[in-house]
Design a protein. Structure first.
Length: 321
């Protein structure tokens, strides 16, 4: 694989957790082409946790990187002109530019987000809307993918975004391997509204994670809403409400996304026909699988397999008609 250079740009006042996410996920591994460099305007960078760190690269590495990632930082009102110029240059040069949490404010100040959709931490959504009217701010998402410009919501949503980038670059199998190493969910549904403090806490209600885990083991079966609610021991109405509160999405939308994720893994790691993949992931028919692949991924199952077929499996499967 050709080397893909990733520059993680730490601004003064960087949030350590935001910084740790991309440096961990894009660190060099045998199964990935990433070559990650921690960059900063000055060699020494202050963090919000009271300690400083030393960067191995400067803005010159940012200018030659294939992907530039800006973690969150505080205060968000101060971004040096040299940093803004480097970010604008990266965008103009066709590089991929990414932000985590409040890193979106640096991208916005550099003009990178003009005319695009973007997001940031829910605490700063209104501030981003007010200060940068040329940006369309999505309030309740975990991340926004605008092609070569991607932004994530608050802090841990950076994990979702970085795994999404790996999945886009290298496929679901590699992204899932990294997620397992992090002990993180390969994909989370819903938006960040599920993490905004609620005015009244719900007491005495157990998590529905057992039901979700049970469903993931039975994706090929006809899992209807009554079946899921019955497993959880709840009425359908209560089940839908509780499920949406926990995940930020509806049970049927969650189930569809789980089935698409399973189909992606099967296409990458088996030579099963598209018809069999559709049956095994619970989408029924090849036509239904193609429909949902087109809607969710803007591609076909055959094209996806051609791109992300796992090289350890040989021979490469013959495309299904």
């Amino acid at each position: 694989m050709a080397v893909h250079r990733v520059a993680v740009l730490a601004l003064d006042g960087v949030t350590p957790l935001d910084l740790a996410i991309p440096t961990q996920i894009f660190n060099a591994r045998p199964e990935t082409p990433y070559e990650m460099t921690l960059c900063a305007l000055d060699a020494k960078v202050a963090t919000t946790a009271g300690f400083a760190l030393v960067a191995g690269g400067g803005l010159e590495q940012v200018r030659v990187a294939d992907t530039v990632i800006v973690p969150g930082f505080e205060p968000i009102s101060r971004v040096p002109d040299a940093v803004l110029d480097a970010l604008a240059e990266a965008r103009d040069g066709g590089r991929r530019v990414v932000s985590i949490c409040t890193g979106a404010f640096a991208l916005a100040a550099a003009g990178v987000l003009d005319g695009l959709h973007a997001t940031t931490h829910w605490k700063h959504i209104e501030e981003l809307e007010r200060d940068f009217p040329a940006v369309t701010v999505d309030r309740d998402v975990l991340y926004v993918d605008e092609g070569d410009v991607l932004t994530s919501a608050g802090v841990c949503c950076g994990i979702d975004l970085c795994l999404h980038i790996v999945r886009r670059d290298l496929g679901a199998v590699v992204a899932n391997q990294i997620a397992r190493g992090l002990v993180a969910a390969p994909h989370r549904d819903g938006g960040q509204a599920q993490y905004v403090p609620a005015p009244v806490a719900v007491a005495g209600e157990a998590s529905l994670s057992n039901t979700r885990g049970w469903a993931l083991q039975r994706l090929k079966e006809p899992l209807t809403l009554p079946v899921l609610a019955r497993h959880a021991g709840l009425s359908q109405r209560t089940f839908i409400r509780r499920f949406t509160e926990e995940t930020g999405t509806t049970p049927l939308r969650w189930l569809l996304n789980a089935r698409i994720s399973r189909a992606r893994e099967l296409l990458e790691t088996t030579d099963h026909s598209v018809d069999r993949v559709a049956r095994d992931c619970g989408l029924g028919t090849a036509a239904n699988l193609r429909l949902h692949f087109r809607r969710a991924l803007d591609t076909t199952p055959t094209a996806y397999r051609r791109t992300f077929w796992c090289s350890s499996h040989t021979p490469k499967p013959t495309p299904s008609p």
